[in-house]
Design a protein around this ligand. Structure first.
Ligand SMILES: O=C1C=CC(=NNc2ccccc2C(=O)O)C=C1
Length: 125
């Protein structure tokens, strides 16, 4: 029925929390990202995110993507792309890969400015 509509609260294996607001009829959404990782001890302001998910999939295991503009010392951006899966007991999870791009001072450093990895988010609300 309504599995894998991304609106709600998700947590990844780092302990970061994502709050996705209502998903529009065209699949677009916005939300907030509260990261659990940061170099400073300062209280972390939530970063804004926006993205979109496929909605026509009858299989209800849609793909999606979203972009996070980090609010912190480092002017960086992360894009997540992945798919929502539902397991046998109906639990949803978001399997993603991400690219983290930090702002570097010159084109000479462009080669080392993008990191990649994968992350799984599970629904917490
Ligand atoms: O100031 C910053 C800059 C980058 C950050 N990246 N976080 C991530 C990057 C990739 C995957 C997960 C996370 C996360 O925070 O959960 C967080 C805070």
């Amino acid at each position: 029925p309504c599995k894998c509509i991304l609106s709600g609260q998700w947590q990844n294996d780092l302990g970061s929390q994502v709050h996705i607001f209502d998903v529009e009829a065209d699949g677009s959404f916005s939300g907030e990202y509260r990261t659990a990782v940061s170099a400073t001890q300062a209280p972390i302001q939530p970063a804004l995110l926006c993205g979109s998910q496929q909605l026509h999939g009858e299989g209800q295991q849609p793909t999606f993507g979203f972009t996070v503009n980090w609010k912190s010392f480092s002017d960086s951006t992360t894009v997540f792309v992945g798919q929502c899966f539902v397991d046998k007991s109906g639990e949803e999870s978001l399997h993603t890969m991400w690219l983290l791009r930090e702002e570097v001072n010159s084109g000479k450093d462009d080669w080392k400015a993008t990191r990649t990895g994968c992350n799984v988010f599970t629904r917490i609300a």
